[in-house]
Design a protein. Structure first.
Length: 463
């Protein structure tokens, strides 16, 4: 049964990776994969649960004496239904609620034109200077928002600034690298860092202290090389006539700062209250919702129904939420059945070096989706107890392995354009071909990725 589960997971994973050739949406594949694996696990529970969860299973039977007269299959099935599914779904739901809250806040700022505060201030026409400005704006925006939203905003801006296609591809590919690097050092910058942060593997302080500088280096090294290809100035910008709007410039700014400051507040909220991050995110969303309701009611803007939160929330990317649900549920089966623990044991025995393991996982994240990759790794390596010594010390909260994984999973996705959500969006909007990116940017991203790992090693040697 365990072999069957592993084979099905690999087949499902390939279906997700080959979404475009197969012409089957990855969300459909992920949902089918996740639910099918739970069905098979439930059917084979009597041969898996006693072997993998022996002690916990015995405690479950002691706490539920009514199951003593049931068959082994019925006993193990109840364990799966009442323990495994409930525990995993609780962890997964925290991540999904956090994402829903964050995506809604970002969408609310966007529909009110809040991001124009950033785009309107970029006026330079010098090619090199524009490249550096766009890269650093993308880097820090993706740390506060997320790399997917940031990439969309910056690519839309790019179309207003750069008109020649081949030249625009250079800027767009730089945006992909900057977005992935910027999301790697922030607890709310990328889905993978959100997962690690929500799971309690790493704290916001450790991410900023140890991953920020390597992330900057991973972006700056490719920038230095790309900027040598650019010289001169761009043609003057076209004059854009703004249409009449119900929202004034001041109100647009207010919405922008409320949304962005709310997102920044979430890590602070967690450090003060020690409540799960999704509580802080939904609290901020509630505040923003109440504010907008009072604002529109006071101005009697009934015609602004499209800008109210009930309408805005319908615009968030629910297929992405369902994709995360499906893939995380599938990974949960691998964890419950002990497959991930077995894989972790193989890696530890054959490699036994967290730097090599982390670096390899980062390269893999450019080939396969980094969300299920990180979900699988979280299941493979439980957090070690404080005070652990030797090799196990790498896996305590804020341990070397978790810091390195945060960096590698995020930045490594830039090596191939299909390796990150930012890259896939750039392919869709700018029609960048896989081959062009592979020839012109994959080696740049790889050099930056390895340089960042080198800086992280240097940090550990010094501090």
């Amino acid at each position: 049964m365990l072999t069957t589960l592993l084979v099905i997971f690999i087949v499902g994973y390939l279906a997700i990776a080959l979404e475009h050739p197969l012409k089957i949406d990855k969300t459909a594949s992920a949902l089918l994969l996740g639910m099918l694996m739970w069905i098979l696990y439930a059917m084979g529970a009597d041969s898996i649960v006693p072997a993998v969860s022996g002690e916990h299973f015995r405690q479950f039977l002691e706490n539920n004496p009514g199951l003593a007269s049931k068959t082994l299959h019925e006993q193990t099935l109840q364990y799966v239904l009442n323990i495994d599914i409930v525990e995993h779904l609780g962890d997964i739901t925290q991540t999904l609620l956090f994402l829903i809250g964050a995506m809604t806040i970002v969408e609310m700022v966007d529909v009110h034109g809040g991001f124009r505060i950033i785009t309107d201030h970029i006026t330079t026409r010098k090619k090199k200077k524009l490249l550096w400005i766009i890269a650093f704006v993308t880097f820090f925006m993706s740390a506060i928002l997320d790399n997917l939203t940031t990439t969309i905003v910056m690519l839309m801006l790019l179309r207003k600034l750069v008109y020649q296609k081949e030249e625009r591809w250079l800027y767009a590919s730089t945006i992909v690298i900057a977005a992935n690097s910027g999301g790697a050092w922030s607890p709310i910058g990328d889905v993978t860092t959100i997962m690690l942060w929500v799971d309690g593997d790493i704290t916001a302080k450790a991410l900023i202290c140890y991953v920020l500088i390597p992330s900057i280096v991973s972006m700056v090294v490719p920038l230095l090389i790309v900027s040598r290809r650019l010289a001169g100035t761009l043609p003057p910008r076209e004059t854009i006539v703004e249409k009449n709007s119900l929202i004034t410039s001041r109100e647009r700014s207010t919405m922008f700062f409320l949304g962005v400051c709310g997102l920044i507040f979430v890590p602070i909220f967690k450090s003060i209250t020690h409540l799960p991050p999704f509580v802080g995110m939904l609290f901020v969303l509630g505040v923003l919702w109440v504010f907008t309701e009072i604002f529109y009611n006071s101005k009697m803007l009934e015609q602004a129904r499209e800008l109210r939160l009930p309408k805005v929330i319908s615009r968030i990317d629910m297929p992405s939420i369902l994709f995360f649900l499906g893939i995380l549920m599938a990974v949960a089966v691998l964890q419950s059945t002990g497959i991930l623990s077995w894989l972790a044991g193989v890696l530890d025995e054959k490699i036994h070096n967290v730097y090599i393991i982390g670096s390899v996982l980062g390269v893999l994240s450019s080939i396969v989706d980094n969300v299920p990759l990180v979900a699988g790794v979280i299941g493979m390596y439980p957090v070690a107890e404080p005070g652990a010594v030797g090799y196990a010390a790498n896996f305590v909260v804020d341990g070397t392995f978790w810091e390195l994984l945060s960096y590698c999973a995020g930045v490594g996705g830039s090596i191939l354009i299909i390796g990150s959500a930012a890259g896939v969006i750039a392919m869709g909007i700018e029609k960048i071909s896989f081959g062009w990116y592979l020839k012109n940017f994959s080696w740049l991203a790889l050099i930056g990725y390895l340089a960042g790992i080198g800086i992280y090693l240097l940090e550990k040697m010094i501090f």
